[in-house]
Design a protein around this ligand. Structure first.
Ligand code: ZN
Length: 263
């Protein structure tokens, strides 16, 4: 099996084409925040070997995104080894690591088509992938699922590599939904901030955890539509201060163990 067939095409970090763009204070801040996020995912066990991505747009007039260097575990990601790429996934500066260009296709499709999508997260956690494989999808009948009532988009699996046609279908399926279940695959969220995207993913992940645990024990009690509608209005993902507080709490747990991501 060659790398291309497995959807693992790496770009060659084209040094000759890479431009030299100064690192702004905003980019430095984004780098530290995103590196912390990779370590939070590691803390939570939301890792998939060297695969999957969290991408964050650098504030500024140009569309530049930060992404993990391909080949490193999330526990090895630091502020300085994150790769800054353009919307096509090409590094904007000479870099030490390639990126997984095939994996970036999904992220670039969302960043490129939804202007508000400044941060995109994607995971293959076991319970998240398990729920993505279910015919009925996510149950809203849990504390976490109810907050996501009517907020979830589904996109059917078409294979590992996302070609141009699939990108268009995926973006059409997502619409304006910020919580996405990639069927038979995994979970994806986006937000206007990193903290918002994290909050949606945390809610979705907890919903999957509880659904899988409950379904293994018996039949899940259905919630009335009125309760689901009310709970949706109270969703934590819509509360920016709560989103930031939740994320900051996890960063403090990471900082207790290892602050090397800040470098
Ligand atoms: Zn995936």
């Amino acid at each position: 099996m060659n790398a291309k067939a497995a959807g693992l095409v790496m770009n060659e970090a084209p040094r000759s084409r890479a431009r030299r763009i100064a690192v702004t204070a905003e980019e430095r801040h984004a780098r530290r925040r995103l590196a912390a996020c990779y370590r939070v995912f590691d803390y939570l066990g939301w890792t998939e070997s060297i695969f999957n991505h969290i991408t964050l747009r650098v504030p500024g007039p140009e569309k530049i995104f930060l992404i993990n260097p391909f080949g490193l575990h999330y526990s090895e990601v630091t502020a300085s080894n994150l790769v800054a790429v353009d919307i096509e996934g090409h590094p904007i500066r000479p870099v030490d690591y390639p990126i997984n260009l095939a994996g970036y296709v999904t992220h670039s499709a969302i960043h490129g088509s939804i202007p508000a999508a400044h941060c995109v997260m994607h995971t293959h956690t076991t319970t998240g992938s398990a729920v993505s494989c279910l015919e009925q999808g996510l149950s809203y009948d849990t504390f976490y699922g109810a907050q996501l009532y009517g907020r979830i988009a589904y996109h059917d699996f078409e294979g590992i590599t996302v070609n141009k046609d699939e990108r268009e279908r995926m973006v059409a399926d997502i619409g304006d939904k910020r919580v996405v279940i990639l069927r038979n695959h995994g979970l994806l969220t986006w937000g206007e901030t990193l903290e918002e995207a994290f909050m949606w993913l945390w809610l979705l992940q907890r919903a999957c955890d509880v659904q899988v645990a409950a379904a293994s024990s018996g039949r899940i009690k259905a919630l009335p539509d009125s309760v689901l509608t009310q709970t949706r209005l109270e969703a934590a993902g819509d509360q920016s201060q709560v989103c930031a507080a939740v994320f900051d709490a996890f960063v403090r747990k990471v900082d207790e163990r290892d602050t090397s991501y800040q470098n």
